[in-house]
Design a protein around this ligand. Structure first.
Ligand SMILES: Nc1ncnc2c1ncn2[C@@H]1O[C@H](COP(=O)(O)OP(=O)(O)OP(=O)(O)O)[C@@H](O)[C@H]1O
Length: 714
């Protein structure tokens, strides 16, 4: 590029231009370097915000659905796009709540360490060049001096690397803790938020977007946090490196060469991006499939006894194998794609870009750059070695920005899962359910009921005024139900299977929405439900009786273990304290106790809590009749009003009101005269028995008539 002093006239203009360029080259260089830095940032941003082909819109169009899903049939929509950044920023506000938070401090520490590491790398690149130059020049003392500097720089370098790993893991753990805490707050409620929304119930029963929240809360949040902590190092550090190394290189080899290099790299990078499979979507599908597999396994463990009795091993094995085969098929597909993508990626990033880099490093060796000093062999070697190191680090950084796209896609996959959980919980908490019930209405009247909202008042008594009973699917079980329960007036609820007896309790417990009318009821802590198969928690024998209280709550109420023993004596279960090894014995109580004993423990729990109302859903089906009468009378003595679903006529006498469903959407609510009803029932049963005899009697009559006719003939 040396400027010629003698020129032909036709080339004079060109020579003037070249001379002007040489004169103003430092300015042009600075301009180019600045442009380059801006370009590097913008292309990095573009590479992070670009969307791999066929990830979202194309595939979702093919599926004909745009909604994220956790269900088996739907593939979640995953892409590194505006929606991803929107979701990520929402989660980031949770995991880094303020600039003074622990997470922000850790992030700040992480960034400082990353910058420090890059500064060390720049220093090492220059030192490397100096060591080789002193070797080429055969200068012993400078060589030794540089080796000493090399050893000294190793101390902060290794210190920084160890700290980086440590801080990154701490950051992942801190993110996970914040996110888990926030999710649990919404999922199971929070002491600071007194509204009892029962999100965990509604998530499982009213909205079908999230099939396995357990997997999402444990596995997916952990993977998301690890990826988020790593993505910062995988993106921030390479971006910083790209800028710093390239700035340094542009000083050494000229900004023009770097510009050429950038154009070459960017065009091949564009090709690479176009060929990158949608790894984010693969990650989300993978998490979904492993969730399904885990769910199938946990069902097997949960219903082991029933399955064993049925001999359902083959069917269960087939179900599990089907889930597993689906997972393996998907993983194999991903592995194949990763294989060819890996080959292609390494070919471009390592080898093609490496050759470009070597050519760039050779520029100061073969051409004298304007304004540069004439170099001896040592100087040229030093320049080459330094530039090569800078270039290797720079291209490695560009490569890592490219690779980070894969990490970013995977992060997008986990972000989709975590965001889906948060968004669904939001909807559930706001009463917006996924199942668009109104659109599924069969007619206008049905739609009108589904669009409606009832009013709930707090009251000492229970009263339903024209309340429709609607299932989460939008099926109307009863159009308009009215009844009341006054303290002390036990209510019996009867009707055929599936008519909506338990559904009534779900509305009463605030689990299902009220679509119309007025509901008056006491607060939820004034109810206790005893279902046919009572819930037994993890924990000690004492915990089973006082659930959901803890020992502190029990003691705060002035109740001791001896009092609990007396409660157990009411249900004739006091012997189990000794049998099971004391109050502190912990077991899987569902297996340690028989069905009847489980029901008795649930009754003991009722006597411990003494709520205003108890909802009994076939709660005595497994205990002997004399015992059930005793328990009902004890509940009455404690002032507990009962709402009982039972098929046993022996329980009628304990109730004063009856709500009888006809199974066709109609019902009768009236006083229950147990004696009269029982007498009628007995009369009906006697008549039924007699009617059963009628065909036999008719046959016998016909027989007798035939015999008589025969005798007459004789
Ligand atoms: N989570 C749910 N999602 C959709 N439908 C439901 C749900 N729970 C119950 N149902 C439906 O609501 C209807 C009434 O159920 P419910 O449990 O109230 O019946 P029931 O009268 O108590 O019957 P049984 O005597 O057999 O216990 C049933 O058809 C049931 O399938």
């Amino acid at each position: 590029m040396a400027v010629q002093s003698t020129m032909r006239p036709s080339n004079e203009r060109v020579a003037q231009l070249v001379a002007a360029y040489v004169k103003h080259r430092p300015l042009v260089q600075r301009g180019l370097t600045a442009t380059f830095v801006i370009y590097a940032i913008s292309t990095t941003y573009k590479s992070l915000s670009a969307r791999p082909p066929s990830t979202s819109s194309a595939s979702s169009k093919r599926r004909g659905k745009g909604k994220d899903g956790d269900g088996a049939g739907k593939a979640p929509r995953v892409a590194v796009d505006a929606l991803f950044y929107q979701r990520l920023s929402r989660i980031l506000r949770i995991v880094i709540p303020s600039l003074r938070s622990k997470e922000a401090m850790l992030l700040c520490m992480h960034s400082s360490l990353l910058i420090f590491r890059t500064v060390i790398s720049l220093y090492v690149a220059a030192l490397d060049g100096k060591i080789v130059a002193s070797l080429v020049r055969a200068q012993f003392v400078p060589f030794l001096f540089n080796i000493l500097r090399w050893l000294l720089v190793a101390i902060p370098a290794t210190w920084t690397n160890s700290w980086l790993g440590y801080v990154e893991n701490k950051l992942a753990l801190a993110y996970r803790t914040r996110l888990t805490r926030e999710v649990m707050k919404q999922y199971l409620g929070d002491e600071s938020d007194p509204t009892d929304l029962k999100t965990f119930y509604k998530l499982a029963n009213l909205d079908d977007r999230v099939k396995n929240p357990d997997q999402m809360i444990t596995h997916d949040i952990q993977r998301f946090s690890t990826h988020l902590a790593a993505i910062y190092a995988n993106v921030a550090k390479p971006v910083l490196d790209v800028i710093l190394y390239n700035y340094q290189l542009s000083q050494n080899v000229g900004a023009e060469s770097l510009l050429l290099l950038t154009v070459l790299i960017q065009s091949s990078a564009a090709l690479l991006r176009a060929l990158t499979p949608p790894f984010g979507q693969y990650t989300a599908i993978s998490a979904q499939l492993s969730g399904n597999l885990r769910h199938t396994h946990s069902r097997l463990a949960e219903f082991a006894e029933e399955i064993a009795f049925f001999g359902g091993e083959e069917t269960e094995k087939m179900l599990i194998e089907r889930e597993y085969a689906g997972l393996v098929k998907h993983e194999n597909r991903v592995l194949r794609r990763r294989w060819w993508h890996g080959c292609f990626e390494e070919g471009i990033v390592k080898w093609l870009w490496g050759s470009f880099g070597l050519c760039i490093c050779a520029i100061p060796v073969f051409f004298k750059l304007p304004g540069a000093a004439l170099l001896d062999m040592g100087g040229r070697t030093e320049g080459f070695v330094t530039n090569r190191r800078l270039l290797l680090s720079g291209s490695d950084a560009v490569g890592r920005v490219m690779y980070s796209y894969k990490d970013l896609s995977e992060l997008a996959g986990y972000t989709t899962r975590v965001a889906l959980l948060l968004e669904t919980m939001d909807d559930v908490r706001k009463g917006k359910f996924e199942k668009a019930l109104v659109s599924s209405a069969s007619n206008e009247e049905h739609a009108k009921i589904l669009k409606g909202r009832g009013v709930i008042y707090e009251s000492e008594e229970i009263e339903f005024e024209n309340v429709p009973i609607v299932t989460p699917n939008g099926d109307i079980l009863v159009r308009s139900l009215s009844f009341y329960v006054k303290p002390g007036q036990h209510l019996l609820i009867v009707g055929p299977n599936g008519c909506g007896k338990s559904s009534l309790f779900r509305i009463l417990g605030g689990l299902w929405p009220v679509y119309g009318g007025i509901v008056r009821k006491p607060p939820a802590d004034q109810f206790i439900l005893i279902p046919q198969r009572p819930y037994l928690s993890l924990g000690t024998l004492r915990d089973q009786v006082i659930y959901p209280h803890g020992v502190e709550d029990m003691e705060a109420r002035g109740i001791m273990d001896d009092d609990l023993l007396q409660i157990l004596a009411v249900v004739q279960m006091e012997h189990i304290v000794e049998r099971e090894g004391g109050w502190d014995a912990a077991r899987e109580w569902r297996e340690a106790l028989s069905g009847g004993d489980q029901q008795k423990i649930a009754w003991a729990r009722l006597f411990y809590h003494k709520p205003k109302y108890a909802v009994l859903d076939e709660a005595t089906s497994l205990v002997p009749p004399d015992m059930e009468g005793m328990m009902m009378e004890h509940a009455t003595r404690l002032g507990i009003t009962l709402l009982t679903v039972s098929h046993r006529p022996s329980l009628w006498k304990y109730h004063s009101m009856i709500l009888q469903y006809d199974g066709q959407g109609g019902y009768v609510f009236t006083k229950l005269d147990a004696e009269k009803r029982l007498a009628l029932q007995q009369e009906k049963e006697a008549l039924d028995l007699k009617l059963l005899e009628v065909p036999k009697m008719k046959a016998r009559l016909a027989e007798l008539q035939e015999i008589a006719a025969e005798r007459n003939r004789v």
